[in-house]
Design a protein around this ligand. Structure first.
Ligand code: FAD
Length: 468
């Protein structure tokens, strides 16, 4: 059949991967079509992920901070939470950003086609819009950025008291008792928000520790500071059944920390991971290979097995993070334009925006051990940081890992307030192959939390720090 629209580059999905790929493609002068099933651009990250969660986490962090002021002799009355206003604030944040994206697409003359897209063959995508209206887009090159969705637990009842992260972010109310299934970053961020708002929380995790992927020394500090948030943290335990009753969702457990009896919750958050959307886009009709789990395999130029079709973001694999998707997007667009670009990152940072925050980049200690890489460890405890003490938050620490063979920094981790903002310097140091002296002899502003990175390197070199 005939195509309704023809373009040089078609981008499927308008999350951080997709909109970044479309914008870069357009900036490089290629005629670009961006297909998105939802009315707003921004994907999971802007609509139901990174951004709304951070709007709520910021609010929670301020509420928690105010409580800590009691120690400084400043006491506030208990907070009155107007959940409708809080929800409106969060929705406003999302709207501002997604609206901004629509403006940016327009300014670049990216043609946004709204509807569900699927491949007809290796050069055509059909887009089914509202009411079933169909449009066929013919493309010379395509970039798949169809993202991922929350994994469901088959035995969970269909009930509005059982939610995934999207449901939890809707903030329908402040539950009295909540079960968070899955102790990863997403689950713990939502636990932080709800517990600050007044919910009592249980966490259940199959593995032997929360926040998998981070070094245990970092997580330990977070755990100690957050112990009072949780009634039960059930490690090496899993949920095995659930029943919706009038009184709540009745959940039964199995494993090391399983309570004998089923427990009753008025909110259950399922945060057990995300699965890629690779099997839902007609990829086979384009000849694009998709794994059983729905991942699309790509090379370092983000090409699938079909050379003029690229894939980026959550759909190509872990880590499922927005900043990884954006970098892959730029590579894909540049390669589609004929440039010799590669995805060649030495590090992809991870951040849990909890309180305190936990951030890490490059290799972890556990990873170095597993790979047999011998590293020297530089640690600076925030108990020795003037700024952290002045902030009344000196529970954290900063660590750097230096490869013993090359002396270069290969990894780092920070636990403490603002760790997510602080980790960027470690990212840059890893990318630039810094040695301890490069970091230690860089003058950092005093007194700042960022100073702890310089001080870790200084102490590692055998110098004591002169500043408190
Ligand atoms: P997505 O954002 O999933 O976008 C894919 C888009 O494609 C969607 O808009 C979807 O509607 C569209 N689409 C799919 N199939 C079709 C189709 N057939 N036709 C048309 N459109 C289609 N990451 C961070 O880096 N930092 C964070 O703080 C962070 N917080 C998070 C918090 C939560 C609660 C969640 C759930 C995720 C969070 N993430 C965070 C992860 C981050 O959201 C994802 O890594 C990121 O959104 C992936 O981008 P993407 O472009 O690959 O896909």
């Amino acid at each position: 059949g005939k195509a309704d629209i023809e373009c040089e580059v078609l981008v499927l999905g308008a999350g951080p991967g997709g909109y970044s790929a479309a914008f870069r493609s357009a900036d490089l002068g290629m005629g670009t079509v961006l297909v998105e099933r939802y009315a707003t651009l921004g994907g999971v990250c802007l609509n139901v992920g990174c951004i709304p969660s951070k709007a709520l986490l910021h609010t929670a962090a301020v509420m928690d901070e105010v409580k800590l002021l009691a120690k400084h002799g400043i006491k506030y009355a208990a907070p009155e939470v107007n959940i409708d206003s809080l929800r409106a604030f969060k929705d406003g944040v999302v709207k501002k950003l997604t609206g901004g994206l629509a403006g940016m697409a327009k300014a670049r003359k990216v043609e946004v086609v709204t509807g569900v897209g699927s491949f007809l063959d290796a050069y055509h995508v059909e887009v089914v819009g509202e009411g079933g209206a169909k449009k066929v887009v013919k493309f010379a090159k395509a970039i798949i950025a169809a993202g991922s969705q929350a994994v469901k637990l088959p035995f969970m009842p269909e009930d509005e008291r059982v939610v995934d992260s999207t449901g939890a972010l809707l903030l329908k109310g402040v539950a009295k008792r909540m079960l968070v299934i899955g102790g990863g970053i997403i689950g713990l961020e939502m636990a932080t928000v709800y517990s600050t708002l007044g919910t009592r929380i249980d966490v259940v995790e199959m593995l032997d520790g929360l926040m998998q992927g981070a070094d245990r020394d970092l997580v330990k500090v977070w755990e100690k500071f957050n112990a009072s948030r949780f009634d039960n943290v059930m490690l090496k335990t899993k949920t095995v059944g659930a029943k919706a009753t009038k009184a709540g969702i009745e959940v039964s457990f199995e494993g090391e920390k399983a309570p004998k009896d089923p427990q009753l919750y008025d909110l259950v958050l399922v945060a057990v991971g995300r699965s890629p959307n690779g099997n839902k886009i007609g990829a086979d009709r384009a000849g694009v290979a998709v794994s059983e789990r729905g991942f699309i395999n790509v090379d370092r130029q983000m090409r699938t097995n079909v050379p003029h079709i690229f894939a980026i973001g959550d759909i190509v694999g872990q880590p499922m993070l927005a900043h990884k998707a954006v970098h892959e997007a730029h590579v894909a667009a540049e390669v589609a334009h004929g440039e010799a670009a590669f995805f060649d990152a030495r590090q992809i940072p991870s951040v849990a925006y909890t309180d305190p925050e936990v951030a890490w980049a490059g290799k972890t200690e556990e990873q170095c051990k597993a790979e047999g890489v011998k590293v020297g460890k530089a640690v600076f405890p925030w108990a020795a940081s003037g700024r952290a003490i002045a902030n009344g938050r000196d529970e954290g620490f900063t660590k750097l890992l230096f490869d013993e063979a090359t002396h270069r920094v290969v990894g780092g981790g920070i636990v403490g307030t603002h760790a997510g903002d602080l980790i960027s310097e470690v990212c840059l140091a890893i990318e630039m192959g810094c040695e301890p002296a490069d970091i230690g002899k860089t003058i950092h502003p005093h007194p700042t939390l960022g100073e702890s990175i310089g001080m870790a390197a200084e102490v590692f070199e055998g110098h004591c720090t002169d500043l408190p």
